[in-house]
Design a protein around this ligand. Structure first.
Ligand SMILES: [Zn+2]
Length: 396
């Protein structure tokens, strides 16, 4: 068995298909172990009502039974005429609460997550908080090659132009097409029958995540517990992942602090045979042990039967040292003739996506920068042109 050194792993960039990461509330909590810049920790659905101090507001509107869980509460109020004036107030309180969160100045797990992925990759988040976007903005000042973000339940940090749906940016910034200010994206609240199609912005994010899952090479679920009110959402994601054309080679990873058996029971439908792993920490997952080369690491381990030296993400470095550490990775990725794998013909070819699938218009800070041609999924400007490029992918 060959032992592959870190230097060789950093040099070879052979997987052209995206790694898709799905984030839930547990990820934001893990990103702020000591709270945000003010020391405040993000709430979970189970302590949401007390953390946000919503009880007086609810009592004022005649709500008598107040459960601990915000999902149960919101579902019980939604659609009832007597609470028609309460819901917008409740939503405004939630919006303001999340909008106040601010990342600490030092690198957080969200910075590490963004830097451990490449431009071809995607992070789809269920979280309303602005933390991931704040991390994106500060790293984007130094590095263009960051993944694309998708906001499946909306976000307090992202605005959009209602007339030009692909255009997104901070609320108040101007749409480059019509010069109108970006408006808030709606937050999708936890009710069992969510109206994913009611907001064109959210409908678009969902369409995008389904498209990229069909083309992805790896899927990581991080801190997302798939609550009851998201049954439909999970079914949509599962349908997309399951219809991926190379399903039998794909790797699913789950990062969750819950007991392994519980996690496996929740995500079992997403696993193909033994192609999965469960980790209690991001730093133990493939992104943490083989940053920016996660797809390559899985390919080399499973298809080339190589033994890989670990190349752990240096979680204690400050920003300047972190960017220095990234240089060899970036140099290999930016090289005009990237060094891939010289696998013998009998071995399965590394999946390289030649299918440029349009998942909508592109602009704003979160969109992937142009660069690597047809080797990644791109968002294209323009409506109705959801084109599926011809795939040159070879199946093994
Ligand atoms: Zn516009």
């Amino acid at each position: 068995m060959t032992i592959v050194l870190v230097s060789d792993q950093r040099e070879r960039v052979g997987i052209g298909r995206p790694h898709v990461v799905l984030l839930g509330a547990g990820a934001s909590l893990a990103a702020l172990p000591n709270g945000d810049k003010r020391g405040v920790k993000p709430p979970l659905m189970t302590n949401f009502i007390s953390t946000l101090g919503l009880e007086p507001l609810l009592r004022d509107h005649g709500v008598k039974h107040i459960p601990d869980n915000f999902e149960a509460l919101y579902s019980s109020l939604h659609g009832k005429p007597e609470y028609q004036s309460l819901l917008p107030e409740l939503e405004q309180r939630v919006y303001e609460y999340f909008a106040a969160f601010e990342l600490p100045d030092t690198p957080t797990l969200y910075d590490h997550l963004l830097l451990s992925l490449r431009e071809q990759d995607f992070i789809a988040t269920f979280n309303w908080d602005p933390l991931l976007v704040q991390a994106y903005i500060r790293n984007r000042k130094v590095l263009r090659e960051l993944p694309t973000m998708l906001f499946l339940h909306g976000s307090v940090a992202v605005g959009h132009c209602p007339d030009h749906l692909g255009k997104v940016g901070p609320v108040g910034f101007r749409c480059p097409e019509c010069r109108n200010g970006f408006v808030r994206t709606p937050l999708l609240f936890p009710v069992e029958k969510k109206e994913y199609s009611a907001s064109p912005f959210i409908a678009r994010e969902w369409e995008a995540v389904r498209l990229v899952l069909k083309d992805a090479y790896m899927f990581t679920v991080f801190g997302y517990s798939a609550p009851k009110s998201d049954v439909e959402a999970v079914a949509l994601l599962h349908g997309a992942w399951d219809s991926n054309s190379s399903r039998e080679f794909l790797e699913t990873e789950v990062i969750d602090v819950k007991p392994k058996e519980e996690v496996e029971a929740t995500w079992e439908p997403f696993f193909f045979s033994h192609h999965y792993s469960v980790h209690s920490s991001f730093y133990d997952s493939t992104l943490g042990t083989h940053p920016r080369r996660s797809g390559e690491a899985v390919f080399r381990r499973t298809m080339l039967c190589e033994w890989l030296e670990q190349d752990p993400f240096p979680k204690h470095l400050d920003f300047p040292a972190l960017y220095d550490w990234l240089q060899p990775f970036l140099a290999a990725e930016r090289a005009p003739n990237r060094k891939g794998f010289d696998a013998p013909e009998s071995v399965v070819t590394p999946p390289s996506s030649a299918s440029a699938e349009a998942v909508g218009g592109a602009s704003g800070p979160r969109r992937a920068a142009p660069g690597s041609g047809g080797r990644r999924i791109t968002r294209r400007h323009g409506e109705g042109g959801r084109t599926r490029g011809r795939s040159k992918r070879r199946r093994g």
